[in-house]
Design a protein around this ligand. Structure first.
Ligand code: PMP
Length: 358
């Protein structure tokens, strides 16, 4: 078996032990004689998988009882619409902090449904300033942030203080990578395909009082209340993705939970940032306080060198390092399941490349 070092931004690397278990259980899950893919979403076996997945997520993120955990479909992109359909309903105003490409897409959808005020940091690609209550409209229905910006490689090191205005966060690219206090948010959403499992399931963690505010014209499938009332089983959920996610959550718990994962992630990210900072060829321009520990872009000044690096890295089994087309250069995504050895391979390769091309 040859596994490559997979630095993909998503879908991305999964724990080998989870893949092996899925393989082992593929034809016959728990003595049922069928795969999880083949069983009814209303069967006892699948119900248990759903319940365990929710319980594990609650335990790992210490989710308080007044929050619902919902398993939805449509990716984080559908949340760009669901959030305003459900929350932009009192004063029809919201504030969005514009920190990159995904925030821009969220703004585009919300703007179709209400009055959106866009707050743009002075240097959105490199720095996220702190915000306090005065930064926001007092009568906003919510404030939306993208806590980790997958493409730009930035992260909120400090959450905005929004007072009583609910804070809504797109955590797609770093959920479960570090400790958070769920009580600081009104709603959190994340597509699964980075830190939670395969693509197909979207997790929403939403405070009880925010689940019954939807526009009356809101389509049933876009109304959080539909999923609250039906325990995320209004229609057929993405059963196999939820099953894999449950095993990923078990894997995190066995490792020691989010505190341990956070330490590991910070260590892996530090190795790479230190290597880039010591390099004379490559740079990362993000302010140290806002550097993402999940997505790390780096570039050489010369485009030919970037190309050469990517080609040589690929030949060495260091895959999917090409930066997003809007940023260029390279991007290494070091999600929870990224092995230490693979980060080491990358830092060694950067040093080796530098010796050859400097
Ligand atoms: N938000 C962020 C921060 C993302 O990184 C992504 C996907 N890369 C999305 C939203 C969109 O997610 P999806 O493809 O699940 O709709």
């Amino acid at each position: 078996m040859t596994r490559v070092a997979n630095f993909s931004a998503g879908p991305s690397v999964l724990p080998v032990s989870v893949l092996e278990r899925a393989q082992k259980e593929l034809l016959n899950y728990n003595g049922t004689g069928m795969s999880v893919m083949e069983m009814s979403h209303r069967s006892q076996d699948f119900q248990e998988i759903m319940e365990e997945a929710e319980a594990l997520l609650r335990e790992l993120l210490k989710i308080p009882d007044n929050f619902h955990v919902l398993f939805l479909q449509g990716g984080a992109s559908l949340q760009f619409s669901m959030v305003p359909f459900n929350l932009l309903t009192t004063n029809h105003k919201a504030d969005y902090i514009m920190t990159g490409s995904w925030a821009k897409k969220a703004i585009a959808e919300a703007s179709k449904l209400g009055d959106i005020t866009i707050i743009t940091p002075t240097n959105p690609l490199t720095e996220i300033p702190s915000y306090n209550q005065e930064s926001f409209q007092f009568d906003a229905d919510y404030v939306h942030i993208t806590t980790n910006n997958t493409i730009e490689g930035t992260r909120f090191s400090e959450l905005p203080n929004t007072g009583t205005i609910p804070l809504v966060a797109d955590m797609s690219s770093h959920i479960l990578s570090e400790e958070i206090d769920v009580n600081q948010f009104g709603l959190i959403y994340a597509g699964a395909q980075k830190n939670l499992g395969p693509a197909g399931v979207t997790v929403v963690i939403v405070r009880e009082d925010l689940t019954n505010k939807a526009f009356t014209s809101c389509p049933t499938m876009l109304n959080y209340q539909t999923y609250v009332k039906n325990q995320s089983l209004f229609n057929t959920p993405p059963t196999f993705a939820i099953y894999i996610m449950k095993m990923v959550l078990e894997w995190i718990k066995e490792l020691g939970g989010v505190t341990v994962i956070e330490q590991q992630n910070k260590k892996k990210a530090k190795w790479l940032y230190d290597t880039i900072d010591q390099s004379k060829l490559f740079n990362n321009h993000v302010h140290p306080k806002n550097r993402s520990i999940m997505n790390i872009p780096f570039t050489a000044d010369c485009e030919d060198l970037n190309k050469e690096f990517l080609q040589k890295a690929d030949e060495k089994g260091l895959k999917n390092l090409k930066g997003h087309r809007s940023v260029g250069g390279m991007r290494a995504s070091l999600y929870n399941a990224m092995p230490f050895e693979d980060v080491k391979k990358l830092t060694d390769f950067i040093k080796e490349f530098e010796r050859t091309y400097q």
